[in-house]
Design a protein around this ligand. Structure first.
Ligand code: ADP
Length: 209
C-alpha cells in the first residue's frame, strides 16, 4: 500500500464527444499536503478533480485514495473520504436554509441526530457562518455562499478537500478570509486555481498541467 493518500497513475480520459482531456497524468500527494493544480483553461484540471471522488469513472489508468482503488464499487466510500467543493457554490446549495444544506450530507449518512447537529454547528463555526445558519442560500453574498459550500463539505468530515477555483467570485476581503481558512486546515488539500497569491499563501507544492 502506498503511503500517499492520493495516488494517480497513468490516467487518461476522453469525453464522449472525442475530446481528449487527460493524457497519461500521474501524481502522488502525501497525507496533509496542500497542493495547487494550475494550468491554462482547458488543461484538464476540473476533469482530473472529478476523477478523484469518482464523479467521472476511471477508464484508463489507476487512482488510489489511501490505498483504495477508485472504482464503481468503492465510489460511496471514496466520496466520504474526498470532499469536493465545486467551482460554483450554487451547484452545492439547494436547500431552503444554510443549516439544512450543511445537515444534508450527515443526514444522508444516517448519523444520529445529536451528531448531525454537532457536525453542522462545528462546520458553520469553522467557516464563520453561524450567524447566517437560518438564511436561505440565495440571500447570501458570494463569499458567504462559498463559505456555506465549504461547510457542507466539512460536515462530512472528509480526509481530503478538493476545490475547484475556490477564490472565484470573491472580493478581496472574502478572498483573504478564504485563504486564512484554507491555511488553518490540516486536511490534504488539492486546489485548482488561477489565483497565484492563494497558491503562495496556502500551497506547499504546485502541479502544472
Ligand atoms: P480546466 O479545468 O483545466 O479548465 P477541463 O477539465 O474543464 O479543464 O477541460 C479539459 C478539456 O476537456 C477541455 O478541452 C474541455 O473543453 C473539455 N471538456 C470539459 N468538459 C467536457 C465535456 N463535458 N464534454 C466534452 N469536453 C469537455
Amino acid at each position: 500500500m502506498s503511503h500517499h493518500v492520493v495516488d494517480v497513475q497513468h490516467l487518461w480520459f476522453t469525453y464522449p464527444d472525442g475530446t481528449v482531456a487527460l493524457q497519461d497524468v500521474s501524481l502522488s500527494i502525501p497525507h496533509g499536503e496542500s497542493v495547487a493544480l494550475v494550468g491554462e483553461n482547458g488543461a484538464g484540471k476540473s476533469t482530473l478533480l472529478l476523477h478523484l471522488n469518482g464523479s467521472l469513472p476511471v477508464s484508463r489508468g489507476d487512482i488510489r485514495i489511501g490505498g483504495v482503488p477508485v472504482t464503481r464499487e468503492t465510489a460511496a466510500a471514496i466520496r466520504r473520504a474526498v470532499g469536493m467543493v465545486f467551482q460554483d457554490p450554487d451547484d452545492q446549495l439547494f436547500m431552503p436554509t444554510v443549516d439544512e444544506d450543511v445537515a444534508f450530507g450527515p443526514l444522508n449518512l444516517r448519523l444520529p441526530g445529536p451528531e448531525v447537529e454537532q457536525r453542522v454547528a462545528s462546520a458553520l463555526e469553522r467557516v464563520g457562518m453561524t450567524a447566517r445558519r437560518a438564511r436561505p442560500p440565495y440571500r447570501l453574498s458570494a463569499g458567504e455562499k462559498r463559505a456555506a459550500a465549504i461547510a457542507t463539505v466539512l460536515a462530512m468530515a472528509p480526509d481530503i478537500l478538493v476545490m475547484d477555483e475556490p477564490s472565484s467570485y470573491l472580493d478581496p476581503r472574502g478572498r483573504r478570509r478564504l485563504i486564512n481558512l484554507l491555511r488553518s486546515f490540516e486536511h490534504t488539500r488539492i486546489i485548482a486555481t488561477h489565483d497565484l497569491e492563494l497558491v503562495v499563501d496556502v500551497c506547499s507544492r504546485v502541479i502544472v498541467m
